[in-house]
Ligand binder design. Structure first.
Ligand SMILES: Cc1cc2nc3c(=O)[nH]c(=O)nc-3n(C[C@H](O)[C@H](O)[C@H](O)COP(=O)(O)OP(=O)(O)OC[C@H]3O[C@@H](n4cnc5c(N)ncnc54)[C@H](O)[C@@H]3O)c2cc1C
Length: 236
């Protein structure tokens, strides 16, 4: 309505469905992510336990084009049947998350878009709750400064301020997304086998060690993936 170009193409959106389930019998202290072409091609399934035998089980899929693949709900239902047959669905939510790495323009006149409206969710994970809150916080700080300085006509500076602080992160997360979804199933298996090997049990978890293990595992499988991606880009 403000004349800002906010339209997102289908391959730039995670199509999501999430079930709230009860009678969940998995561990309460462990979240689960499932990837691979059989369970969630170009996407992933998550399990977030909520305590009291409840959990959120959801799927996020990048759909290349309308009608080219089964719907996220079809994959999620198959997963529920195969892995959580006893869980009972009590609520369903669905929605899309823009994952194009952010709008170029998100301020126009006295209209400023933040959060999902500005496409500021993490393009890799689709996580946008924290991003939206940080966006709001930074915008309020900027606005207060502009009010104090009597410069409220200069809201457009927020674009530069946001992009300087978060733009590069979104860009790298988008690159990581594209690279990750170009992996074959056997490469994903090798990646996680290396990461798992770097850890004994969950109580030995150390965030920096985890990132280091992921990075090293990624380096190991990277050369053939890069070669394949270059070849397919040349062919297309
Ligand atoms: C199924 C699903 C699961 C997800 N799970 C996670 C997760 O686990 N972790 C995570 O980080 N992210 C998750 N996300 C993404 C996350 O929900 C969004 O990135 C985040 O909510 C964006 O926050 P927002 O405030 O920008 O927008 P929203 O949360 O969409 O809030 C916008 C609000 O504006 C209201 N609104 C719209 N139009 C008008 C209007 N004209 N007038 C008044 N009000 C209006 C809407 O009703 C809504 O309440 C998930 C998304 C989906 C679809």
């Amino acid at each position: 309505m403000a004349g800002l170009p906010t339209i997102c193409q289908l391959p730039e959106i995670y199509s999501c469905v999430e079930y709230r389930v009860n009678q969940y019998s998995g561990r309460d202290d462990t979240i689960g992510f499932h990837v691979g072409s059989a369970v969630a091609p170009h996407g992933y399934i998550w399990i977030f336990p909520k305590g009291n035998s409840e959990a959120n089980v959801g799927i996020a899929l990048i759909r290349a084009g309308a009608g080219t693949a089964a719907s996220p709900k079809t994959y999620l239902d198959a997963f529920m049947r195969d892995y959580l047959p006893d869980a009972r669905i009590v609520r369903t939510v669905a929605g899309g998350i823009p994952i194009d790495g952010g709008l170029k323009q998100f301020v126009k006149g006295n209209v400023t878009l933040i959060g999902d409206a500005a496409h500021h969710a993490n393009p890799f994970s689709g996580g946008g709750i924290m991003n939206s809150m940080e966006d709001a916080d930074l915008y309020v700080q900027t606005l207060l400064r502009l009010i104090n300085e009597g410069k409220t006509h200069k809201c457009h500076v927020y674009e530069q301020i946001y992009t300087k602080k978060y733009g590069w992160i979104l860009k790298w997360q988008r690159r990581a997304q594209k690279l990750f979804y170009s992996l074959r199933d056997d490469e994903i298996d090798r990646l996680f086998a290396s990461v798992n090997a770097a850890f004994g049990t969950a109580d030995q978890f150390n965030e920096m060690k985890f990132y280091r293990a992921c990075f090293l595992a990624f380096l190991k499988i990277l050369p053939p993936v890069v070669k394949r991606n270059i070849q397919s880009r040349r062919q297309s």
